[in-house]
Write a protein that binds this ligand. Structure first.
Ligand code: GLN
Ligand code: ZN
Length: 762
């Protein structure tokens, strides 16, 4: 007997039903009743898909975010929404998304909760809010209804909830209250919750405690021991789940906890399985996450059985099988990818297929491999085919970068030399103005791309229409008087998918959506093989833009680290190798741009920071190869070519040395919302090259005032010499409307004039 279960299933639906229902509800075109019906249908569909498992998860569905659900379940509801009119779900959405005032004189606006990344995934959660007044009081109604619904299903139900210690850790204290001072109080709520589950006849509950894979301070380790001793309840079993990494010294903590079961991510912590088994209590069960919940590749079932069979012999019915983590992080169903290259599709496994894999593994353990002979044979066939495919491994590509890597990471001269040559050629004023790349993506632009994708218009028609957009964009920028122009990126749906579509070694799915936050989904392109650039990817658009103006137009590229971090990538080689290959491809594009006469090239690394490993001790290794990859991309050009990079976030302090090491001539960063706070990082660190601290918060519809921009740059100039300062928005403008962008940029250019004048007077 081996028990199968799952930690969570994607909640958006295979056709993104939840996204569309939510957006319709928010826009007022859909009633609450309709929204709830869609939610119920999705839950039931998901339970049906999972009905072959021994335990089916509940509580993993959410209308926005499961961490915010937990806050509501624990009664930790921000004061600012508590007494508002409307249903609880409306309060819930107000915390998730904020609410703007009904008119400018009304003060009915509601601040959204902060949102941040869920560990090292691309999922974002709403940060629980704590103050000294925080009280936890179980608010069970909503959860209880869903539990009753789940109990109508055939299988056994296992509620899945965030554990108390991780919940406290994920939250933020808004008045310096120590989060752990809330432990006792929160445990009372969890105790009540357990009692409630006992009354409902639940035998197992899963508490997720993924912070056990992070470096924890002593108090947090002690909190675990205290919490789980307090929660012990002989009428219900607790399965404590960790995932996304290794336990390392937290293994000792885990072994002290009086829980009935442990779930271990046997993909990321495979080498800890033995130690966990050795320390397992006699009656404890061990759930092994043997199928990767973070990637989209078929699991090698025979290889898994090879190491799993002896464990099963030893543990017998105390062994449970599951994916490594919740399947929230993968798309729903690969069998819907009818347009995908069928060979590559046969290598893939999305959520539905991953559960099939779990079921096959469990059968093989219980009844012997012969009982699933056909399934194992088919799996072996596809695994071998992928391994041997020339589309995956191309020795020529591998050798190319292996030979020359080091030599390719040096610019000809140092920045101080380069900048003189660049100034002479580019002839830019002090405080040069520019933008980050994209201009408003109007419905018209989206329509042009969609028509072309569907085959409704020919390439020639498409090309002409995109050129018209570029022309409009250049004209506007000239009229505004910007110094360095961009083509506006109208041909790009997404800064990573665009390059994925044009590089060999990538396949793009049609429905491979993964929730990023709330109704927002992303569709990461799939990198399956050695990367090769068959033809230039951006040159013709950029050259067309440059042909329309005498001012310099920036060539606009996405950097290798960002492409890597926002794709599903292969796992048969280290991420660093894949990144070097991407770096080589983008380097070729950089060199072609330079050869075509483009003088400024921007290589965006928007996702560099989010690739940092969960453990600090592993940061340097990541930064080494990430920075090296960027440098491979950027360093082939002559001194006269100016390299820009862009990063859209503001926490730099801890990686500033690595950012400087990238040696981009100019870096543009997000700063306007934090009032240049970020530049504190530059107080103690003498950043050598030029910087464009964002002065226009593109996330807000507000138009920045001229004197505000002047002030921001003055503030920046306290830390950075004025000769090194650029004036630009925080990020790309694609989500804004022209009516907002034009006056904002007008003010920005005006502010730069004022700054130049002031500077000359000094
Ligand atoms: N060049 C891209 C744009 O302007 C950068 C986007 C980003 O940083 N996320 O849209
Ligand atoms: Zn950005």
């Amino acid at each position: 007997m081996v028990t199968t279960h799952n930690l969570g299933f994607p909640r958006i639906g295979s056709k993104r039903e939840l996204k569309f229902a939510l957006e319709a509800y928010w826009e007022g075109g859909f009633s609450l009743n309709n929204l709830e019906t869609i939610g119920k249908q999705l839950r039931q569909q998901n339970w049906q898909i999972q009905q072959d498992l021994d335990f089916i998860p509940m509580g993993d569905f959410s209308f926005y975010d499961h961490v915010l659900d937990m806050s509501f379940l624990l009664g930790n509801i921000p004061e600012r929404v508590k007494n508002l009119d409307g249903e609880e779900i409306d309060h819930y959405f107000q915390v998730a998304r904020g609410r703007s005032a009904c008119n400018s004189s009304c003060n009915c606006s509601v601040l959204a909760g902060e949102m941040t990344k869920w560990f090292d995934t691309n999922y974002h959660y709403i940060v629980p809010e704590f103050t000294k007044n925080t009280k936890f009081e179980l608010n069970i109604e909503h959860f209880s209804k869903q539990l009753d619904e789940a109990k109508e299903q055939k299988g056994s139900i296992k509620p899945v909830l965030i554990g108390p210690v991780t919940y406290l850790w994920l939250g933020k204290s808004y008045d310096h209250t120590d989060r752990l001072s809330l432990l006792l109080d929160i445990l009372l709520a969890y105790k009540q919750l357990l009692q409630f589950l006992v009354q409902k006849g639940i035998s197992w509950v899963q508490f997720d405690e993924p912070i056990l894979v992070m470096e924890l301070e002593k108090e947090w380790k002690e909190a675990f021991v205290f919490a789980y001793n307090a929660l012990e309840n002989d009428k219900i079993n607790i399965l404590l789940a960790t995932y996304f990494g290794q336990l390392k010294d937290n293994l000792k903590v885990l072994q002290k906890l009086p829980v009935q079961g442990i779930h271990l991510d046997a993909i990321n912590a495979r080498d800890e399985v033995e130690a966990v088994i050795n320390g397992l209590g006699k009656a404890q069960i061990l759930s092994l996450g043997v199928v990767n919940g973070r990637n989209i590749w078929k699991a090698d079932l025979n290889a898994i059985l090879e190491w799993l069979e002896p464990i099963y012999t030893h543990l017998q019915e105390r062994l449970w099988l599951a994916p490594s983590c919740s399947l929230l992080h993968v798309p729903v169903d690969v069998s819907r990818e009818l347009k995908m290259d069928s060979e590559i599709r046969s290598w893939l496994s999305f959520a539905v297929q991953k559960l099939d894999e779990i079921n096959i593994l469990a059968k093989a353990l219980k009844n012997g491999r012969a009982s699933v002979k056909e399934e194992l044979k088919a799996n072996e066939y596809f695994i071998n085919q992928r391994q041997q495919s020339k589309r995956v491994n191309n020795p020529e590509i591998k050798n190319r970068y292996l030979q020359n890597r080091k030599a390719m990471t040096c610019r000809q001269s140092s920045y101080s030399e380069r900048v003189k040559k660049q100034i002479a050629i580019l002839n830019l004023p002090l405080f040069p103005t520019t933008t980050i790349g994209s201009f408003p993506q109007t419905p018209q632009i989206r329509q042009i791309r969609n028509k072309f994708r569907k085959g409704d218009i020919s390439w020639d028609v498409y090309e002409n229409q995109i050129k018209e957009e570029i022309e409009y964009c250049i004209k506007q920028q000239e009229a505004l008087g910007l110094d360095v122009l961009v083509h506006g990126e109208p041909e790009r749906n997404d800064m990573v998918e665009y390059f994925g579509e044009l590089l060999d070694g990538y396949v793009i799915s049609q429905q491979g959506w993964v929730q990023s936050y709330g109704s927002r989904c992303v569709k990461p392109p799939i990198l399956y093989g050695d990367i090769h650039r068959p033809a230039p990817m951006t040159i013709s658009w950029i050259l067309y833009a440059q042909s329309l103006t005498k001012r310099p137009v920036k060539g606009m590229l996405t950097g290798p680290v960002t492409i890597l971090n926002w794709s599903f990538v292969r796992e048969d080689q280290p991420r660093s190798e894949t990144c070097y290959q991407l770096a080589m491809a983008i380097r070729e594009e950089v060199l072609d741009l330079e050869k075509s006469g483009i003088r400024i090239i921007q290589i965006d690394e928007a996702a560099l920071r989010e690739g940092l490993p969960l453990r600090h001790s592993q940061w340097q290794h990541y930064l080494d190869w990430a920075i090296e990859s960027f440098k491979i991309t950027a360093s082939g050009v002559s001194d006269e070519t100016q390299i820009h990079t862009h990063m859209c976030y503001s926490e730099f302090n801890d990686i500033i040395a690595s950012i400087a090491e990238m040696d981009a001539d100019v870096i543009t960063i997000e700063t306007s919302r934090s009032n240049m706070e970020l530049l504190k990082a530059f107080e103690n660190f003498d950043y050598p090259n030029s910087i464009g601290p964002g002065v226009y918060d593109i996330h807000s519809p507000n138009i920045p005032k001229i004197d505000h921009i002047v002030q921001l740059i003055h503030k920046a100039a306290e830390h950075i010499p004025p000769q090194k300062l650029w004036v630009n928005p925080d990020c790309g403008l694609k989500t804004r409307r022209w009516e907002e962008v034009l006056p904002a940029l007008k003010n920005m250019v005006e502010a730069a004039y004022i700054l130049r004048k002031d500077n000359n007077l000094q």
